[in-house]
Design a binder for this molecule. Structure first.
Ligand code: FAD
Length: 458
């Protein structure tokens, strides 16, 4: 049996490794357009600043390592078309420019997503970059070395733009960040956005919200960015305005594309074409809180989906299911940690819930314990049932709080469960009552019918 995988980063290589473990006889080939497989894109902002020392550290496994497991990984090979009727692929070797055909019996599409570069005049100037692959950090790194930019501009206030802002500051640049909407970190509520903006300003990042970039100017390389009636001098621009799924190949091959614009798959990660599975940033899934179709391009999700696709492609059966996502995510900007799970208040309302929410600052350890700092936590619940719908946090440490809440969402817990939940406590680790319990208690006060310890649904 021959399994071919298109795309060799998180989803593709996870699928390949899983398929190999399940079936030592399977013939497995991975085609990967980029020069390296299995790269950790999540580490790219930290490679820019040198926090991650060497680019090799971001390559989990080389083609040689895959070959030891009898997985053929062909890098700098782009699959240009798929004929699902004859089960053939047309492939171009980007090193030689030559094209050849290949065949498959089972196929996994793991073509991921690409960074969007909007058609802003001057976006083709030298010094204007996007950030998606190691090759992008190579180019940015070379540019920084050659030109020693003193001023940098980030376009886009999502998590990638924010991470890059921090890392360019670490290189000594004066950084400005321009966001088209009226606040940064739009996936979160306004309280978190305010905290993020305060952190940026405290670190001398110029924040311009509600501003759309009109033009990059310069001769040969970028010299300034124009928006509204302002113009900022800049020597370097990183555009981080979002990503879009790489679906053209799948769509041309006849695979159904879902309402989000990503590939439609079932819970077994099967596409609409027999013997073709898909996984990672190129597919859509279900948001388990809203029940709605969602496209959530994240690395951990891509790995989990890859595991399911690789398993089912190896067995040819419905062995594993991928249930969907909560939309849990986390990032750091300077000393602020920001995380979220489930729906924001706005997302919950858009999904048709009537929402009750509560937010509060708390200490991250006993207030008297040395080093105690503050963290903001907001919980969002369904007024009709008391069920937790989402949580978001920003402050000194948020990962534990968000993961507690993600587990609560996964278990479909309601706020009274969180009022009484038994969590670990000692002064170095938290206040006697976890911020989760504190905010759930505030939330309980907002429910007319609720009594602590009694489910609102009972
Ligand atoms: P991709 O990583 O997009 O890989 C797909 C591969 O397929 C690419 O190498 C592409 O070249 C190749 N390909 C596409 N078409 C073809 C073709 N026709 N033929 C051959 N090869 C093809 N996620 C998190 O969860 N946490 C984080 O902190 C985080 N930080 C991030 C920071 C940055 C700067 C970036 C860019 C991303 C970050 N992500 C993070 C997102 C995460 O990296 C992605 O969700 C993950 O890499 C998706 O993996 P994937 O395998 O689906 O697709």
């Amino acid at each position: 049996m021959r399994l071919v995988i298109l795309g060799g980063v998180a989803a593709g290589t996870k699928a390949a490794s899983r398929a190999r473990r399940l079936d030592p006889e399977l013939e497995i080939t991975v085609y990967q357009e980029e020069p390296e497989p299995s790269i950790s894109e999540c580490g790219l902002p930290y490679l820019l600043s040198g926090v991650v020392g060497a680019r090799e550290n971001l390559i989990a496994r080389t083609p040689e390592k895959f070959a030891e497991k009898d997985i053929e990984v062909l890098v700098r090979h782009r699959v240009e078309s798929v004929d699902v009727a004859s089960k053939t692929l047309s492939v171009r070797d980007l090193s030689t420019g030559e094209a050849f055909d290949d065949t498959y019996e089972r196929l996994i599409i793991a073509t991921g997503a690409r960074a969007v570069l909007p058609p802003i005049p001057g976006a083709d100037l030298d010094g204007v970059f996007k950030l998606r692959f190691l090759t992008d950090t190579d180019e940015i790194g070379r540019y920084i070395e050659e030109r020693s930019p003193g001023k940098a501009t980030i376009v886009g206030g999502g998590y990638i733009g924010l991470e890059v802002a921090e890392n360019l500051c670490a290189l000594g640049m004066k950084v400005s960040l321009i966001e088209g909407e009226d606040r940064v970190a739009l996936a979160y509520g306004p309280e978190v956005s305010e905290n993020v903006e305060a952190e940026l300003e405290a670190n001398d990042v110029g924040v311009y919200t509600g501003e759309k970039v009109a033009e990059f100017t310069g001769e040969g390389h970028v010299r300034s960015v124009r928006f509204g009636d302002q113009e900022l001098d800049t020597d370097l621009v990183i555009v981080g305005v979002g990503v879009s799924p790489n679906v053209e190949l799948a769509a041309e091959a006849g695979m159904e594309i879902g309402p989000t614009g990503a590939i439609l798959v079932d819970r077994n990660m099967r596409t609409s074409i027999p013997d073709v599975w898909a996984a990672g940033d190129c597919v859509e899934t279900t948001n388990l809180v809203s029940g709605r179709t969602a496209w959530v391009p994240l690395g951990d999700t891509a790995n989990q989906m890859g595991r399911v696709a690789g398993t089912n492609a190896a067995t040819g059966e419905e062995t594993l299911e991928f249930p969907g996502v909560l939309g849990t995510g986390i990032f750091k900007v300077f000393d602020l940690n920001v995380g979220k799970t489930g729906l924001s208040e706005k997302e919950a309302e858009e999904a048709g819930f009537e929402v009750v929410s509560a937010g509060s600052w708390a200490h991250d350890r006993a207030g008297y314990y040395p080093g105690a700092q503050r963290v903001f936590l907001k919980l969002i619940a369904d007024r009709a049932t008391g069920r937790l719908l989402g949580a978001e946090a920003s402050g000194s440490s948020t990962d534990k709080l968000i993961d507690i809440c993600a587990t609560a969402l996964w278990g479909r817990l309601s706020y009274p469960d969180l009022v009484n939940i038994d969590l670990a406590y000692a002064p170095p680790y938290g206040p006697a009552l976890s911020p989760v319990i504190q905010v759930a208690t505030i939330l309980s006060g907002k429910f007319d019918r609720a009594r602590e310890g009694v489910r609102a649904t009972e």
